[in-house]
Unconditional design. Structure first.
Length: 403
């Protein structure tokens, strides 16, 4: 795939230019809105998820922000699972709140909690398939079915479970990724991507979705559900592209799209290796005397294990957490002693990564909010890579001796 490292595109003639701006045909205008290299990435992720259309953007955080702002305006609200990545929690609880969009957090242990927290101004429900760091698999089908009864779409962040889970098949309306993680796998390129399943009927619930069903003054009064009809069931992605991406400018770099395409080619192979290694690491940690608890879907019981088996295709992902007996200081000592494993604020690389969330990724949260997301003082998160498992275990063994 070539890299179209360009800002803009030559129009065939004035009629062609007019057609593009009027959405009578789709095509390239300016790389802030779309780019041929990004377009191929979007199409491949759409195929991978079984969706209708996709939008690439600058980061996973941008993708999460766009998913909410595409449907919510000041005075609206949305309901989110409490089991979230710390950066997403901050985005929802603080940044979007300052814009007048309320996030109502509920415990996904009870799917009905999403319905109880909703009202006529609720525009969407949001969750992570394999929430980092709690790692309790979200009940996608149960919540999605409740949402469709109320006319509320479920948006699922599938960053931690590509290939092993396809949320659209379980009833989700939209799926999104931080492509920075497993999609790329190489830890070189920031990116985000949103896939529209094309199955939610936005017109059937027109009063709930004014951004898609009422004239948009920023685009010559376009009504997006109508404007999208000649193009397919892509009103959600169409509006996101030509209003939010156009106005906010959080566009993916064509070079990053090129690198992410390289990662995508090996994604199924890497996910098998990630998951196989993670299971062996989880079993090792569960028997170590300095570890009081292992947080890993394959070691969970009862309802949490049922969800893991139902949604993760017989594997349990590549993320795991564990709690050290001696708390925060033991977590620091363990991290500082690692030699092979990288100490970085990321997941999903081909190499194994470790971090102590209480002092890093979740440090901006209150102690109560940290515990709600699953982070204790002694919690260590591992993103297991595709190195030889003996090398991973040897490094963990020597670091635990110093914890």
């Amino acid at each position: 795939m070539p890299i179209y490292q360009t800002t803009s595109y030559q129009f065939q003639d004035t009629q062609h230019a007019e057609n593009l701006f009027a959405l009578r045909e789709l095509g390239n205008i300016y790389t802030r809105i779309m780019n041929p290299t990004c377009d191929v990435l979007e199409k491949r992720l759409t195929e991978l998820e079984g969706g209708a259309a996709a939008l690439a953007c600058a980061s996973g955080q941008a993708a999460s922000t766009f998913c909410v702002l595409n449907l919510c305006q000041a005075g609206d609200n949305f309901v989110s699972s409490t089991d979230l990545y710390g950066g997403t929690w901050n985005l929802f609880a603080n940044t979007l709140s300052a814009l007048g969009v309320e996030c109502r957090f509920v415990d996904p242990a009870d799917p009905e909690a999403f319905a109880r927290a909703s009202d006529e101004r609720t525009r969407l429900w949001y969750a992570e398939t394999l929430p980092n760091p709690k790692l309790q698999v979200f009940p996608i089908r149960e919540v999605a079915e409740l949402g469709r009864q109320l006319g509320v779409p479920l948006i699922v962040d599938n960053t931690a479970a590509p290939v092993i889970c396809r949320p659209l098949e379980h009833g989700a309306s939209i799926v999104m990724y931080s492509t920075t993680k497993y999609i790329g796998g190489h830890g070189t390129s920031i990116g985000g991507l949103v896939v529209d399943g094309g199955t939610f009927d936005w017109q059937a619930h027109a009063a709930r979705f004014p951004t898609l069903n009422q004239p948009d003054p920023s685009y010559h009064g376009a009504v997006w559900v109508e404007a999208a009809k000649p193009l397919g069931p892509i009103a959600f992605i169409l509006r996101m592209r030509v209003t939010l991406l156009r106005d906010v400018g959080a566009a993916m770099s064509p070079f990053n799209a090129f690198l992410l395409l390289q990662g995508l080619e090996t994604l199924p192979l890497r996910m098998r290796a990630h998951c196989d290694n993670a299971l062996q690491v989880a079993n090792f940690l569960a028997s170590h005397p300095k570890v009081v608890k292992v947080i890993y879907p394959g070691h969970m019981v009862d309802e949490m294990r049922r969800r893991a088996d139902a949604y993760l295709s017989g594997t349990y992902g590549a993320l795991l957490g564990f709690e050290l007996r001696d708390g925060r200081e033991a977590g620091r000592r363990f991290i500082d002693a690692l030699k092979l494993v990288y100490h970085v604020a990321n997941i999903g690389d081909a190499r194994t990564l470790a971090i102590h969330p209480a002092t890093t990724t979740h440090s901006q949260l209150s102690s109560e909010d940290r515990l709600a997301t699953g982070v204790s003082e002694g919690y260590v998160r591992l993103s297991i890579g595709i190195e030889h498992v003996d090398d991973i275990l040897n490094d963990l063994t020597q670091a635990l001796e110093q914890a």
